[in-house]
Ligand binder design. Structure first.
Ligand code: THU
Length: 156
């Protein structure tokens, strides 16, 4: 038997410490919360992607009275990019949430299904997807979507 450890490296920044490009992406994710439809959870998620061609694509969670029919902000953005820019890599994904009158106090972190969707996009493009988990004033930066899903399923 061999015991092994998987660790996750990430960096924490104040939003004001980010480069201009990343601050723009964070602002786009915050703005995208305005497109959220979340009458059930009142948790308005916004996501913004920076594509390899410089385009920013956004998405927001879309809920449904039949709960399973809803989708998260991250997948809304990713599938928007996949449908409109099928062969362009997603270089960065920023996600945040607005609830109870303010942006979240702790950086917003993707659910397991979104992590699975993220690693599929990363794997198919062959380029790392940097992930920015955003709160009201802080950001965690991870250099690859795979960092959020250790031992993830990528082949069949
Ligand atoms: N949600 C997202 O949009 N992204 C996540 O990664 C976690 C959860 C949404 C789903 C639902 O509309 C609301 O947040 C509450 O769970």
């Amino acid at each position: 038997m061999t015991e092994k450890t998987i660790s996750t490296r990430y960096r924490e920044y104040a939003i004001s410490e980010l480069c201009e490009e990343d601050q723009r992406l964070v602002e786009a994710a915050k703005k995208a919360t305005g497109g959220s439809y979340a009458p059930y959870s009142h948790f308005n998620v916004g996501a913004a992607l920076l594509l390899d061609n410089g385009v920013i694509v956004t998405g927001a969670n879309q809920e449904n009275a039949a709960f399973g029919a809803g989708t998260c902000g991250e997948r809304s953005a990713l599938y928007n990019a996949g449908a409109n820019y099928p062969n362009i890599a997603v270089l960065k994904l920023a996600v945040t949430a607005f609830t109870a009158g303010d942006f979240v106090a702790d950086p917003c972190s993707p659910c397991g299904i979104c992590r699975q969707a993220m690693i599929e996009f990363e794997t198919k493009s062959g380029k790392p997807m940097q992930v920015l988990l955003v709160s009201k004033d802080r950001v965690y930066v991870l250099d690859s979507a795979k960092d959020l899903l250790p031992l993830g399923f990528t082949e069949f």
